[in-house]
Design a protein around this ligand. Structure first.
Ligand SMILES: NC(=O)c1ccc[n+]([C@@H]2O[C@H](COP(=O)([O-])OP(=O)(O)OC[C@H]3O[C@@H](n4cnc5c(N)ncnc54)[C@H](OP(=O)(O)O)[C@@H]3O)[C@@H](O)[C@H]2O)c1
Length: 184
């Protein structure tokens, strides 16, 4: 697995802790590396990432989009643009390609390690995407990570996978299915 940011040197400590299979690279190297890319960046970076790496990302079997447009951080203009383009799922796919799947958008990162492989009922991860193969791979990876994937619909439903919607926070798979029946 390769980890990256615009300042990859700052990630060396993190990667050293993760063991020999973890590596650090530039953003360009990380985008080229492997068949699956997971991106978690401020939404303001999305346009530049799409411009510089969109062609390569479009050829990946799966791009997991963790990013959220948040007005107080990214500006009201971006949030308005995203809304006008069908919400976070469809908007992100314009930059990152058709194999985009939204996942892990509204679970706090600090909770992920204790939530993974939780005793009793697993924590559900609602996912939204339009490409069936990409959704299958995302589901397998989420199961391996110790969560239960729950398909809530296509990329148009990705607009509900942001903090502050009823799907935000931790829910079981059944709870996610129940909440999602009231969203469209
Ligand atoms: N934090 C959470 O609990 C959480 C949960 C779910 C979803 N999210 C979403 O995930 C995204 C990231 O959140 P965060 O809290 O991790 O933010 P963050 O702490 O600001 O981290 C953003 C990361 O993106 C990198 N980055 C920024 N611009 C970039 C660019 N143009 N190209 C490549 N990398 C870039 C930054 O590194 P450099 O500055 O070194 O490039 C940094 O590693 C947000 O959209 C957020 O809404 C966060």
């Amino acid at each position: 697995m390769m980890f990256s940011s615009r300042h990859p040197d700052t990630l060396k400590g993190l990667v050293d802790e993760l063991g020999p299979l973890a590596r650090v690279g530039t953003v360009a190297e990380a985008v080229e590396f492997g068949d699956v890319v997971m991106e978690a960046v401020p939404y303001t970076a999305m346009e530049q990432i799409g411009r510089d790496y969109g062609n390569t990302l479009a050829k990946k079997v799966l791009v997991i989009d963790v990013s959220n447009p948040i007005a107080r951080r990214d500006g009201a203009g971006i949030v308005k643009w995203v809304d006008e383009h069908g919400g976070a799922g469809l908007a992100t796919a314009k930059f990152l390609g058709a194999h985009t799947v939204r996942a892990f958008n509204a679970i706090g990162s600090a909770k992920l390690s204790t939530d993974a492989h939780r005793q009793g009922e697993l924590v559900g991860v609602p996912i939204a995407g339009d490409d069936a193969h990409a959704m299958d791979i995302a589901s397998s990876l989420i199961r391996e990570m110790g969560f239960k994937p729950v398909v809530i619909g296509g990329l148009a439903m990705g607009k509900y996978l942001v903090p502050g919607t009823p799907l935000g926070g931790e829910h079981t798979a059944d709870e996610i299915r129940q909440i999602a029946t009231n969203l469209h």
